[in-house]
Design a protein around this ligand. Structure first.
Ligand SMILES: Cc1cc2nc3c(=O)[nH]c(=O)nc-3n(C[C@H](O)[C@H](O)[C@H](O)COP(=O)(O)OP(=O)(O)OC[C@H]3O[C@@H](n4cnc5c(N)ncnc54)[C@H](O)[C@@H]3O)c2cc1C
Length: 403
């Protein structure tokens, strides 16, 4: 006999867990489960990121990303403070290092203001020196509400207080759609009225298992970090960012003071040879073959091969990586960089080869699929959870009316 639920969430990353949390308050009394393939929560993107609580300066005004980032930033700040989870305020500076970057800086200020980011202000070199004495540039933007948190700790906290079943070590492998959805996940077989797909790097595959035709495909981009040596760590007080290249959704190599006091440099963004390819070494041939069969991948390569090659070069040569870091903080040299961790981003790509900019959520019978939740989805997770819960509540109401 299989277990019966009202809602099942696939994926115990921060988006899946925040969604489960929102659903338990919006659908009180509903039977809920979270199904996770790994033995513990937060094993992928949620546990391998920069830990920055973004404020919302980068995203197109009116987009879901902008709206949910701003809401999620406030919700996450309160959540960490109430739960006593690590939170390191201090704000960030975005630094223009050439005249050519000044319009980009102005655009960020404009977007941030339109998105309702509080306390944003343009600062001159003197004030930059006061905030970050070792950073150099021509002009900067101060973003006082940016902070560092530990998203994996947030995920573990939500999981520990979830009034539902958390079934780990259960990879979803098959789906049968009938009046209810029947799920086969390792040793777990269960049925549910509604399933929310928050499978991150595998979300498009889960959508296909559910019989949906996702409009986008996940292409994995690895982000590699260095850590500043103990002697060099005081060169960064809080968060120092470059002006990002508007052609990409990635923010450029930056300095991040983490909640444990260490300073990370990175991440870069290189194409990963597998959806969970955290380290160099044998590629995942099945993942690579699937990527090569996707026309959107070739169109992506045609668009961005030059930038992609430069990223690869920077990934291979520490001196080149150090040069990017040194553009912001000139005292940093290759000798200060210690190898750090890596994360793999689940970046959705359209059939036309475009990197999908906004969060992307698609519905199919019995399912809601989160198909693009890259940065700042960890920041925005509590707001994404509420957004999905709204959609779920509408589905249940429609069913109640029809039945
Ligand atoms: C290098 C890097 C830096 C980043 N920096 C930041 C930052 O500073 N600030 C920020 O806000 N965001 C940042 N992000 C983005 C952020 O980490 C992600 O947007 C967020 O963690 C997405 O959460 P998720 O729950 O959707 O995905 P995940 O955390 O990847 O969770 C998905 C879960 O689904 C599970 N799963 C997959 N397939 C199955 C299956 N078939 N059956 C069962 N379970 C399955 C996986 O095991 C996983 O646990 C960064 C990301 C990366 C990679």
């Amino acid at each position: 006999m299989s277990d019966r639920y009202d809602v099942v969430v696939i994926g115990a990353g921060i988006v899946g867990l925040a969604t489960a949390r929102a659903l338990t308050t919006r659908l009180p009394g509903a039977a809920l489960a979270v199904i996770e393939k790994e033995p513990a929560v937060a094993g992928h993107q949620t546990g391998h990121n920069s830990g920055v609580l973004h404020t919302g300066i980068y995203y197109t005004p009116g987009s879901l990303r902008a709206k949910l980032c701003v809401q999620g930033h406030r919700a996450m700040t309160e959540f960490c403070q109430e739960a006593g989870l690590p939170f390191l305020g201090g704000g960030k500076v975005v630094v223009a290092t050439s005249e050519a970057q000044i319009p980009g800086l102005e655009e960020l200020q404009k977007r941030g203001t339109l998105n309702g980011v509080r306390g944003l202000r343009r600062i001159d070199v003197g004030e930059l020196r006061e905030l970050e004495p070792h950073a150099t540039g021509l002009a900067a933007l101060a973003v006082p509400e940016a902070a560092s948190v530990d998203f994996a700790a947030v995920a573990r906290h939500i999981a520990a207080h979830l009034p539902g079943d958390l079934r780990t070590g259960a990879p979803l492998e098959a789906v049968e759609i009938g009046e209810r959805v029947r799920l086969h996940a390792g040793d777990v077989t269960c049925e549910s009225r509604l399933v929310v797909n928050c499978a991150g790097l595998h979300s498009d595959r889960v959508a296909r298992l559910a019989g949906a035709t996702p409009e986008v495909r996940i292409v994995p981009f690895r982000g590699e970090y260095y850590r500043l040596s103990e002697q060099a760590a005081p060169l960064c007080r809080s968060l120092i960012y470059p002006v990002p290249d508007p052609a990409f959704p990635f923010l450029g190599v930056h300095f991040t003071r983490r909640v444990d006091g260490t300073v990370e440099v990175g991440p870069n963004a290189v194409l990963a040879l597998g959806r969970e390819h955290y380290r160099d070494g044998r590629p995942n041939l099945a993942d690579v073959a699937e990527m090569l069969r996707f026309g959107g991948f070739w169109r992506l390569v045609a668009r961005h091969w030059r930038a992609g090659s430069a990223e690869l070069w920077r990934s291979r040569i520490r001196r080149v990586y150090a040069r990017s870091a040194g553009a912001l903080v000139p005292e940093v040299t290759g000798a200060d960089l210690r190898p750090g961790g890596a994360g793999v981003r689940a970046q959705a790509v359209g059939a036309d080869g475009r990197l999908v900019d906004d969060f992307h959520i698609q519905e199919s019978p019995g399912f809601i699929h989160v198909l693009n939740a890259p940065s700042p989805a960890a920041t925005a997770s509590l707001a994404i959870g509420e957004h999905i819960a709204d959609r779920a509540v509408r589905r249940f109401r429609r069913w109640a009316c029809a039945g």
